[in-house]
Design a protein around this ligand. Sequence first.
Ligand SMILES: [Zn+2]
Length: 243
Amino acid sequence: MRKILNRLIALRRVACLLFLMLQCFPVLHAQQDSTNPYKLPLVADTGAYRQEITLNPSMRLVDLEAYIPGIIPDVRYATVKNFTGKQVYTSAALYARLPVAVALRQVQDELKRQGLGLKVFDAYRPYAATLLFYEIIRDTAFVAAPWKGSRHNRGCAVDVTLVDAFSGREIDMPTPFDEFSPRAASNYDELPKKVLLNRGLLQRVMQKYGFSVYPDEWWHFDFSGWEKYSLLDLSFEQLRQVR
Ligand SMILES: [Zn+2]
């Protein structure tokens, strides 16, 4: 009888151990998946990206500084001068899909004829940065929902402002870049007339070439047809490897 009892106790121990192991398994599995916790279809290695651009060359990410004469880069996420207070990007780079770059070059040409130009704060953003931004802000009015991904992750969004072409200085806009306040809304109207005109000009020129402004951020523009482009999680260093 005692033998049977001991065997039963041992069996119970084994069952408990198995139960604990099964409980731990999803945690271990989730940890392995921390770069893509929402299981989005991401292009996350250079092989998959190469395949994508071979099949459809318009998917290629283009270096905007090389492609658009005169644009002024100010990649804040490659510095500590951004809302996170940390350097998020390992280097300063501005990439966008080929049709986005073509349209933005037309915007720049048109602005140039008016003595103005574009300053670009951000363009393609690796998905890893979108995950990080949401951890910090947790407000999907101002940062993209990581379970959907950002249009920046698709290489189809740009954060821009206008500069005087001669001095390179920014012209007056409602708020600084990335100020998360009601004043940043694209239709906020309690502003000086000059500021309203400047913001209106930026919106009109961008719209003419296929971009639409994001309602909560006057500086953010999405390119039409963004949904046809994949979400990417490639670092700038990885992109530089692909010729
Ligand atoms: Zn943006």
